[in-house]
Design a protein around this ligand. Structure first.
Ligand code: HEM
Length: 404
């Protein structure tokens, strides 16, 4: 098997050039080494895909699975972080169970329903912007709006009262960043979350409403089977882990990208009809998205003329694929009205992001509200002083300092 000229020596993740700039290596890899051998933080070997067509195909290929617990699968790091599907409950949902769980949730997560959530999301955004403005500038847009909004939205979806939002924010942090905390703290958080959600489920059973949990409590699949309590609790956990930091960081990165170039911001202030396409372009243009999606190859497959044998671990870099000139004309420019924009920021295929309509609604709402409320918004530090977050899974900026 040819791994290309980089052999196994290239260390992954590749170092970024700057907080908003793609690693210089992406272009070279896409062109000359589309199946590149890389060494993961654990020291294990994997193959890195950077071309649009290859990434899309592998993410959609049922032979490329998420069985990263297989004995011969590469470990990402010695010290695994949280992630949505890393614990035993998640494993029990894998395969057919996961597909069934996904079908039941997908029925609820329709674009129509997500749009109906928009007035609520808009009100929450105004509330957060009010508080940020009251505290005065300079302010951290990520801490003030980006971070709280998605957890408030998930609490709302789950029917959790406002007073418990802070607890959910803390559980979310603990469940996603397992490496930052001691085992005792994690065990306590998991037990607290389980107890809270079990009680909450009982309350929803006794007094159903039109929210997600009440719908899932009574939902059944084609065989008439419903979800167990443990699966319902896991659903709350999965939504929190999958939907909080991803969206929080994307809000921060989107705003930083749009404010980094005054012309971009002013164009949007002048024409808010560009908000939807600008959000899609921010998702495509994001050069700091985190690790990418690893897959375990279950059967030999061929990618870009190279056979990947069964047992290989491949890492799909959706962000590198999103900058592929063969898929996007002028890929290295941020084009606010780009359309169509079939980027891969939400993945592709059977596991693509289930919450993408919700994430889009949140991003569109935040951008729209900020354009209206704070048209003079600007970065309070030079772009070169923005720093990426540390950690493997979700990319982002540590802070997004702004003034207005
Ligand atoms: C900008 C924000 C977001 C980004 C960039 C993002 C990205 C992704 C990606 C790339 C995947 C695919 C994982 C894979 O292929 O293995 C995924 C899966 C998922 N996402 Fe998102 N996501 C975002 C927001 C959300 C939100 C708000 C929710 C829900 C509250 C959510 C729920 C999920 C779930 C449940 C899955 C697993 C789907 C499955 O395994 O079938 N995500 N997300």
């Amino acid at each position: 098997m040819s791994l290309g000229e980089h052999g196994g020596a290239l260390r992954y993740p590749l170092p970024p050039e700057g907080a908003l700039e793609p690693p210089a290596r992406w272009a070279e890899l896409r062109e000359r080494c589309p199946v590149a051998g890389v060494t993961l933080p654990s020291g294990d070997a994997a193959l890195l895909l950077t071309r649009y067509d290859d990434v899309k195909r592998v993410l959609s290929d049922p032979r490329c699975t998420r069985s990263l617990g297989a004995d011969d699968a590469a470990r990402i790091s010695d010290n695994e972080s949280g992630g949505v599907f890393n614990d035993s409950m998640a494993q029990s949902l894998s395969g057919a169970g996961q597909a069934r769980w996904r079908r039941m949730l997908t029925k609820w997560f329709t674009a129509k329903r997500m749009n109906a959530l928009r007035p609520g999301i808009e009100a929450m955004t105004h509330q957060l912007v009010d508080a940020m403005v009251e505290r005065g500038h300079p302010a951290d847009l990520k801490a003030g709006v980006g971070f709280p909004l998605p957890v408030w939205v998930i609490c709302d979806l789950l029917g959790v009262p406002d007073r418990d939002r802070d607890r959910f924010a803390r559980w979310s942090d603990l469940l996603l960043n397992l490496t930052r905390y001691g085992q005792d703290e994690i065990d306590t958080a998991k037990a607290e979350f389980y107890a809270y959600m079990s009680e909450h489920l009982d309350a929803k059973r006794a007094d159903p409403d039109d929210g997600l949990l009440s719908a899932l409590i009574t939902a059944t699949d084609a065989d008439g089977e419903g979800l167990t309590d443990a699966q319902l609790v896991f659903t709350g956990q999965a939504l929190l882990v999958a939907g909080h930091e991803t969206t929080a960081n994307m809000i921060g990165k989107m705003m930083a990208m749009l404010l980094a170039d005054r012309e971009r911001w002013q164009r949007l202030v002048a024409d808010r009809s560009l908000v939807r396409t600008a959000v899609e372009e921010a998702l495509r243009f994001d050069a700091n998205p985190g690790f990418g999606m690893p897959r375990y190859v279950n059967e030999d497959i061929e990618v870009a003329g190279t056979v990947l044998p069964r047992g290989t671990t491949v890492v799909c870099s959706m962000a590198a694929a999103n900058r592929d000139e063969d898929a996007f004309t002028g890929a290295s420019a941020m084009v606010l009205d780009r359309s169509p924009n079939p980027h891969l920021a939400f993945g592709a295929g059977p596991h693509s992001c289930l919450g993408q309509s919700l994430a889009r609604t949140e991003l569109v709402t935040v951008l729209d509200v900020l354009l209206r409320r704070l048209p003079s918004l600007e970065l309070a530090v030079p772009v070169t002083e923005l720093r990426p977050v540390e950690g493997l899974i979700v990319g982002g900026l540590r802070t997004v300092p702004v003034r207005w």
